[in-house]
Design a protein around this ligand. Structure first.
Ligand SMILES: C[S@@+](CC[C@H](N)C(=O)[O-])C[C@H]1O[C@@H](n2cnc3c(N)ncnc32)[C@H](O)[C@@H]1O
Length: 256
């Protein structure tokens, strides 16, 4: 594990991350780019998983974003939501009991596809399946989960490029060989403020993701890009990147 130091993950007080403020800024109104992402994730999982309905799923660094978990719902018997911040853990424990209307537009997008309508009560299903767990991306167990998501985490929890790579590798490492995954990234992010408090980022592009995942994933890795457009979420980033793929069946590569 990378030792602590300025700009690194352990140098920031994640308990000071304000969940209400982050939710309000990022998800209170469903953005078109996020809706397109959840649609692409749904299509990707449907294409790779067909009729599976009892997988063990994980979302890493969930924060206050439930759309990745919703995209895994029909395929999973349980979905572990892993967070480092006590404030976000408390928010998640409440939210999964009966999630708010904020997530309805995301579910509507998914429910227009196959398999998702099988989940008649998504809020009830999430209540039953979600397991909120305190943990860190850097200490995830290896070869555990059969489907996984990680949104805006590896590049948005540290200013150290080595930690970005390590986080991404740990996420892939936590999946069983062949497991499908979807991961979102802010492109060329300069860091971000939550309720006036600055949190770090590593400025990355799809090339950095590709290089890091080399040898760790199957050849069907696919990227989707959303440019900032007319309604950027904030200053200091050039777009959003979605990477969908499967962990390599024979783990031979080093990744970097
Ligand atoms: C930019 S937010 C992304 C939140 C959410 N996944 C989303 O899509 O909006 C980064 C999240 O990573 C969490 N985090 C920070 N350090 C972490 C670590 N070492 N392991 C796991 N999560 C961490 C933060 O608490 C925060 O919830």
């Amino acid at each position: 594990m990378t030792p602590p130091g300025p700009g690194r993950n352990s140098n920031f007080d994640w308990n000071e991350f304000n969940p209400e403020s982050y939710l309000e800024h990022n998800y209170a109104e469903a953005r078109k780019d996020d809706i397109r992402f959840v649609s692409t994730i749904g299509d990707f999982f449907l294409g790779r998983l067909g009729g599976s309905d009892a997988l063990r799923g994980v979302d890493v660094g969930t924060g206050t974003n439930l759309y990745p978990a919703l995209a895994m719902l029909p395929f999973c018997r349980d979905i572990t939501l892993i967070e480092r911040s006590e404030a976000n853990l408390k928010w998640l424990e409440r939210e999964v009991l009966d999630y708010s209307r904020v997530w309805d537009p995301f579910w509507r997008e998914l429910a227009a596809k196959e398999r998702y309508p099988e989940v008649a009560d998504p809020a009830g299903a999430l209540r039953t399946k979600a397991v909120v767990e305190s943990g860190s991306i850097f200490t995830l167990p290896r070869n555990k989960w059969e489907i996984g998501t990680m949104f805006f985490v590896a590049e948005s929890i540290s200013a150290d490029v080595e930690e970005f790579r390590e986080g991404l590798r740990c996420f892939i490492g936590s999946l069983v060989p062949g497991a499908p995954f979807a991961a979102g990234f802010m492109e060329q992010s300069q860091g971000y403020k939550v309720d006036g408090r600055l949190f770090p980022a590593v400025s990355i592009t799809d090339e950095d993701i590709r290089k890091c995942l080399k040898g760790l994933v199957e050849d069907d890795l696919q990227f989707t890009f959303e440019s900032v457009g007319d309604h950027p979420l904030r200053h200091g980033y050039t777009g959003m990147i979605l990477a969908c793929g499967r962990k390599r069946r024979a783990e031979t590569g080093t990744g970097v």
